[in-house]
Ligand binder design. Structure first.
Ligand code: F6R
Length: 607
C-alpha cells in the first residue's frame, strides 16, 4: 500500500527521498511523487507508474531543498494518474497521506460549500484544504492540525509541511504505521523502518491518535487528546538483514531460496537442539484455554489453516480459523476461555489489526505471530511469536508462509506438552523431524528446479488451473492457487479434493490442468480416487507426491514431481516449495512484474 517518507535536514533531501521511496516500493504502488521547499518555493514532481518515471522527471527537472517529503500511492479514490499522485499542495500546505479518510464525502461537501475547488479525486487532498483554511484564519499549525484530526474518521498516516516554515514538518497517525527516525542534526519520517534503514536505525513509532511536530533536532509528540506525550525510542533491526536481491532476478526468487535458512532461524529461536524440546519464552495460556481462534488474511490465513491441524493433532485444542475481514464483524459472543491468535507477516494488515482490537476490547487473551517486530500488531498483542523470516520484500508471501508453519509446529508441540497430550519422548521425536526440515528443503530446492521449469512451460499456455488436496494439502492447494493468481495472473482455484464432485468437476476437461497435492499420508488413497475421477474426464493431472506415493502403481498423471517422504509435521513446508517455485517460474515466463504484481500491495493497511 501507499508509503511515505519525510526528511527535515540541513542537507539536500531529494536524492535521499527517492532512495527511501525505492525501499518502500515493495509495498506496491501505482504512482509516486516528491516535494521540497527551497527559498520560499515549494517544488513538486509527480508521475504515474513506477519510480523510474518519477526519476526521469527529476533528471529532466531536478529539485532541491533541505526539507521534503515523498510518497508512493496505491490508488483508492481516483485512478493512478499524475493529478491524483501525492504530494497534494494547497496554498502554503503540502501533504502526503496513506490510508482512507472515511468521512471524505462529507468533508469534501463542506469544503465545496465554502467555495473550494479540487484538483484531484483523492480523499487526501481535503487534508491540505482543511489545513490551508485554518492557516488562512490565522490559526497556528499545531492548533490547525489538532482541530483537523478531531474531524477525521477512517485510517490515516500523513505528513504536512508548510512553504512558509521550512524548519518543521508535522505528522499524524491513526491506523497505518508511522515512524519518526532520529538522525544527527536531521530527523526523518517513514511508513516503516525499512524506508528509514539507510538513514537511521533509531526510531520512535507513533501510537494511534498521535500527532508529531518534527524539526531538524527534535520531535514533539501529542496524544489523541492533544496532550504532550513521550514514546520510547527503539533500535530497528531491519538494517541487520540484507534487503537487496543478492544476485537473484527477483526478491520472490531470493525469498524462496532463503527458506532453509529462515526455517533454521525459527528453529534456533524456538528449539533446544541438544535436549530436543521446544522453548517458548512467552507462552499464551494454551494449557487452560478451551480453544483458539486463528484469524488472518491471505497467505497468513492459509498458514493458520495448517496451524489449526497441528494444534488439534499435537495439542488437542479446539481451533477455529476465520478471515480477519469477517471475524472483525462477527456478532457472536466470544467465549472468554478461548484465546485469539493473529497471524500477519507485516503486522500491519488493517483487518487483522481490527480483529485484534475487537478481541482486546472484549478482554480476550491475544497472541500475534508476526514477522515485522515492532509492528502495530506485535506491539498490541499480549503475547508475540516472531517468525524471524527476515524482511520479505516480494509482494507474494513465500518464506513468511513456511516460517509461520514452523512456528505453528513449535507452538503446537509446546502446548501439547503443557496439556499432557504428548510426552517428552514424542516431543523429542517431533522436534527431531523439525530439525531435518532445512536440509530437506535445501535438497528439494535444487533437485526440482528443472522439472518446475518444464511444468511452468505447460502452465503458461492455459487460462485456468485447479489445485486439489486433502488434510493439510487442502490449504496448500489454496496457497498454490493464490500464488499462481497473484504473480502469473492465471485463474486458479484451490479445492478440497473431496469437494470436487460437488461442483468443480464440471470444469474438468482435456484442457484443464489439475495439480494434485498428495503426500503419502492418511489421505493418500482417497486423493488417488479423486485423481481417477479427474482422469476419467480427460483432466490433465500434475501430481505432487513423495517417494512412497510415487511407488504406488496406477497413478494417472501427465507429469509428476516426487519429493522425499517426510513426517507430517514438516510435509507442508516441503510441499509448499514446488507450489511457490511453479508460480514464480510461470510468472517469469509470462513476463509479469513478479515482485510487485499489478493491483497488489505488500502491506494492506486499509480495509
Ligand atoms: C499473498 C500475500 C497476502 C498476505 C495478506 C496478509 O502472497 O502475501 O495474501 O498474506 O495480505 O498479509 P500479512 O501477513 O502482512 O497480514
Amino acid at each position: 500500500m501507499c508509503g511515505l517518507v519525510g526528511i527535515v535536514s540541513g542537507e539536500l533531501v531529494a536524492r535521499r527521498l527517492m532512495d527511501a521511496l525505492r525501499r518502500l516500493d515493495y509495498r506496491g504502488y501505482d504512482s509516486a511523487g516528491i516535494a521540497t521547499i527551497k527559498g520560499g518555493r515549494l517544488e513538486r514532481r509527480r508521475a504515474p507508474g513506477k519510480l523510474l518515471n518519477l526519476q526521469q522527471r527529476l533528471d529532466a527537472d531536478p529539485i532541491d531543498g533541505v526539507i521534503g517529503m515523498g510518497h508512493t500511492r496505491w490508488a483508492t479514490h481516483g485512478v493512478a494518474n499524475e493529478t491524483n499522485a501525492h504530494p497534494h499542495v494547497v496554498g502554503d500546505v503540502c501533504v502526503v497521506h496513506n490510508g482512507i479518510i472515511e468521512n471524505f464525502s462529507e468533508l469534501r461537501k463542506d469544503l465545496a460549500g465554502a467555495g473550494v475547488s479540487f484538483e484531484s479525486e483523492t480523499d487526501s487532498e481535503i487534508l491540505a484544504h482543511i489545513m490551508a483554511q485554518s492557516l488562512a484564519r490565522g490559526e497556528k499549525p499545531i492548533a490547525a492540525m489538532l482541530a483537523m484530526l478531531s474531524r477525521l474518521r477512517g485510517a490515516y498516516a500523513f505528513a504536512v509541511m508548510f512553504r512558509s516554515d521550512p524548519s518543521m514538518m508535522m505528522a499524524a497517525r491513526f491506523g497505518p504505521p508511522l515512524a519518526v527516525g532520529h538522525g544527527i542534526g536531521e530527523m526523518f519520517l517513514g511508513s516503516d523502518a525499512i524506508a528509514l534503514a539507510p538513514l537511521t536505525n533509531e526510531v520512535t513509532y507513533l501510537a494511534n491518535g498521535d500527532c508529531a511536530v518534527i524539526t531538524r533536532n527534535d520531535v514533539t509528540l501529542f496524544d489523541a487528546h492533544g496532550q504532550p506525550v513521550e514514546r520510547a525510542r527503539q533500535l530497528s533491526e531491519v538494517g541487520s538483514y540484507l534487503s537487496d536481491k543478492g544476485g537473484y532476478s527477483h526478491f520472490m526468487e531470493k525469498e524462496i531460496a532463503e527458506q532453509p535458512e529462515a526455517i533454521a532461524r525459527v528453529l534456533a529461536r524456538y528449539v533446544d537442539f541438544s535436549a530436543k524440546f521446544v522453548k517458548i519464552e512467552r507462552e499464551m495460556n494454551f494449557s487452560v484455554a478451551a480453544g483458539i481462534t486463528i484469524s488472518a488474511c491471505g497467505t497468513a490465513f492459509l498458514a493458520g489453516c495448517i496451524g489449526k491441524t497441528y494444534l488439534e493433532r499435537y495439542a488437542g485444542l479446539n481451533v477455529e480459523t476465520e478471515f480477519a475481514s469477517e471475524f472483525r464483524y462477527r456478532e457472536l459472543p466470544f467465549p472468554m476461555d478461548r484465546v485469539a491468535l493473529f497471524v500477519s507477516q507485516s503486522g500491519e494488515t488493517a483487518d487483522t489489526l481490527a480483529a485484534l482490537h475487537a478481541c482486546k476490547a472484549s478482554g480476550i487473551a491475544t497472541g500475534a505471530m508476526i514477522n515485522v517486530e515492532g509492528s502495530t500488531i506485535a506491539r498490541e498483542a499480549d503475547a508475540v511469536f516472531p517468525i524471524v523470516a527476515g524482511p520479505e520484500i516480494g509482494v507474494a508471501s513465500t518464506k513468511a508462509f513456511t516460517c509461520q508453519l514452523a512456528v505453528f509446529a513449535c507452538i503446537a508441540i509446546a502446548a501439547g506438552r503443557r496439556r499432557g497430550i504428548i510426552d517428552a519422548a514424542q516431543e523429542q521425536e517431533l522436534v527431531g523431524h523439525l530439525i531435518e526440515a532445512p536440509r530437506i528443503m535445501r535438497e528439494v530446492l535444487s533437485e526440482i528446479q528443472l522439472q518446475i521449469e518444464d511444468l511452468a512451460d505447460r502452465l503458461v499456455r492455459v487460462p485456468h488451473v485447479l489445485y486439489i488436496g486433502r488434510g493439510v494439502s487442502y490449504p496448500l492447494a489454496m496457497e498454490g492457487a493464490l500464488k499462481l493468481k497473484e504473480v502469473a495472473y492465471i485463474h486458479a482455484e484451490g479445492y478440497a479434493a473431496g469437494e470436487l464432485k460437488h461442483g468443480p468437476i464440471a470444469l474438468v476437461d482435456k484442457s484443464m490442468p489439475v495439480i494434485v497435492i498428495a503426500p503419502y499420508d492418511r489421505f493418500f488413497e482417497k486423493t488417488v480416487s479423486n485423481m481417477q475421477e479427474i482422469a476419467a474426464r480427460g483432466g490433465k493431472i500434475i501430481l505432487l507426491t513423495d517417494e512412497r506415493g510415487a511407488a504406488k502403481s496406477d497413478l494417472p498423471s501427465v507429469a509428476r514431481i516426487v519429493l522425499p517422504h517426510v513426517h507430517d509435521i514438516i510435509a507442508p513446508m516441503i510441499f509448499a516449495l514446488p507450489l511457490q517455485m511453479l508460480a514464480y517460474q510461470t510468472a517469469v515466463l509470462m513476463g509479469t512484474d513478479v515482485d510487485q504484481p499489478r493491483n497488489l500491495a505488500k502491506s494492506v493497511t486499509v480495509e
